[in-house]
Design a protein around this ligand. Structure first.
Ligand SMILES: [Fe+2]
Length: 271
């Protein structure tokens, strides 16, 4: 009556000064995590996991690791993978990305294969893939001069790991289907341990461009998911710039062929 049913004084706001900071307040048998969220708002939660009930904040105070964004996208995982594997869509969809990877402006990923002619691949003076092309960290150790100039190199490891490799950081997408028309994507930003922890300003410097680009891709995949429901849509058409997209669909086709006679245990997630 006195403790669990009314507002009480729990902590002073300077005890959680920055986004991600937390401290635990114990009231009777209850453990409460008081924290400052990503928008710098102070919030309080029961310190218990909704899955199996474990406590989440195990000490008295600390800071949550951030370099991670989780997004639920209403699209089949194969549409997301196809989206990642081609940049034909980049000029109209990703103006911010194309400002730095100038080869994408006209030709999508075709540009990085030097098929688009002698135009420069990256914005003049750009050192890495950020909103303005500037770097706040030195390049990874052991890169040679040529490798340091490769400002953006995408890799896909089907079915669910995508890497965007830059000279000084890596942006990773891990994808997990949650239904036939939905997927959870976990975005991580990876840096050399010697630079950690990054300041909030430096972290935001590296997160900003991908935050914009990933949201644009998620929106487009959701539009595509809605569009392919049309009774008139039978199949798509690849243009030459979608060579990697074609490779992915051939991989899917091969896997389906290989597994055609295997017993199936869970059809909904397999769709
Ligand atoms: Fe994209």
């Amino acid at each position: 009556m006195f403790w669990y049913g009314r507002w009480i004084a729990a902590a002073r706001e300077e005890e959680v000064p920055a986004p991600g900071d937390w401290r635990v307040v114990r009231i009777g048998t209850q453990s409460i995590a008081v924290l400052r969220d990503e928008k710098a708002k102070i919030r309080a939660f029961h310190n218990t996991c909704r899955h199996r009930g474990s406590i989440l904040c195990t000490g008295e105070r600390g800071t949550f690791a951030r370099k991670r964004i989780v997004a639920d996208v209403k699209a089949n995982w194969k549409l997301v993978a196809e989206n990642f594997s081609e940049c034909f869509h980049c000029p109209p969809v990703h103006p911010e990305l194309c400002r730095i990877v100038t080869a994408y402006r006209e030709a999508g990923a075709w540009g990085l294969k030097k098929e688009a002619g002698p135009s420069p691949e990256y914005k003049a003076g750009a050192a890495t893939l950020t909103l303005d092309g500037s770097a706040r960290l030195p390049a990874f150790r052991n890169l040679n001069e040529e490798e340091k100039k490769a400002i953006y190199t995408p890799y896909m490891f089907p079915p669910n790991l995508f890497l965007n490799v830059q000279p000084d950081y890596v942006n990773s997408h891990l994808m997990f289907p949650t239904g036939p028309e939905s997927v959870r994507i976990v975005y991580d930003w990876l840096f050399e341990p010697r630079h950690l922890p990054l300041s909030e300003a430096d972290l935001q410097h590296y997160v900003a461009l991908w935050e914009v680009t990933n949201a644009q891709d998620a929106r487009n995949c959701e539009w595509q998911q809605q569009g392919v429901r049309s009774r008139e849509f039978k199949h798509g058409h690849f243009v030459p710039q979608e060579f990697d997209c074609f490779r992915f669909t051939e991989w899917v086709r091969g896997e389906l062929e290989k597994n055609r006679d295997r017993p199936r245990f869970s059809s909904p997630d397999d769709k």
